[in-house]
Design a protein around this ligand. Sequence first.
Ligand SMILES: [Zn+2]
Ligand SMILES: [Zn+2]
Length: 390
Amino acid sequence: MTAPIAKLSFWGVRGSTPTVDPATWRYGGNTPCLELTAPDGTQFILDCGTGLRMLGSRWGMPNGGGHPETHIFVTHYHWDHIQGIPFFSPLYAENNEFHFYSFRSKYLGRDSLKQVFEAQMALPYFPVDMSAMNAKRKFKEVEGGDTFTVGENKITAKWLNHPQGCLGFRIETPAGIVAYATDNEPGDAKLDENLRELATGADIFINDAQFTPEQLATTRKGWGHSSWQEGVKLAREAGAKTLVLFHHDPDSTDRMVDSILRQAREEYDSVFAASEGMVITLGAAVDNVQAHMPGTRTTLRREAQFRAKVTGVTEGGKEFQEETVVRDISLQGALISLQNMPRLQSELQVTMETPGEDGLHSTMHLRGYVVRIDAGTEKGHSAVGVVFTD
Ligand SMILES: [Zn+2]
Ligand SMILES: [Zn+2]
């Protein structure tokens, strides 16, 4: 018998509002949406941020997910957790069936989530109305303290500390336990205890890490979010195995998230920063938790032969140095010094020579797009910024 495996995919990890700033590209700019496929084949979707659109476009592809029945948990009704709904194409196909779970908001009353759907798609906010959504939709109200089962998986919902309320979900599958706790702020004893209960013994504990500890203590206090430090503290107290820092601030660049992750790793063994496209496998025989980054997140790739010296840190924390050959490189762009002045936003062909395998030179052809031109440092030259497209 093979060990049960669950797969957790991150489709959106950004908090508050989507970002398209290139400085936030590596971790990703889509708002919260996760997918969990349990060992029994049950498909769960956690939150409906803008990441949901990408999940929907994979729906029909081979191995692209897309189950006839899907269970969708919505933690709360802030924009960043619902704004992917109208753009989720499987909702428009009548063979699909969706079970939505969310709480009754005191601001909306009965059928809160259904009302959210209708309001989002009311004219003139969206070009088509609800009648275009042909998939079967069932809405179930849940609230903090509820437990129920879906397939062979046990779900627990708990209230978290967040303006207008937010639910955290704990999903116990035969391959491991996932605790999803986005949008929460520490400081309310009872709700802090809820968070601890959700995270107890979890294999994966996904926690809000929007702010730095300094921000959380000062300018962002009361905004309903948390920090890496709170996540580490909680993970330690609750005995969670792996902490995933989630809901990155829209103003946090990739470098800032890198720094947040580095600090968290100094204090806790197993931490990841949620990243769009990241997939975590639970229950694998060798390593209980494996995280994979998708190749598609790297930009234009070219085969190459560059000799390189690599220094870094091993998994065990030891520094290493090694000489090797770079065999493929991803290229986003370059700054090129030119005597000619190319037209802004025109195409440019660039051919570069690389030392080949046997010392012979080979060439790398690239097509680029001129995105900026500055006065060069060399006299009579311009510095031409190029983004490679092909
Ligand atoms: Zn949020
Ligand atoms: Zn929120």
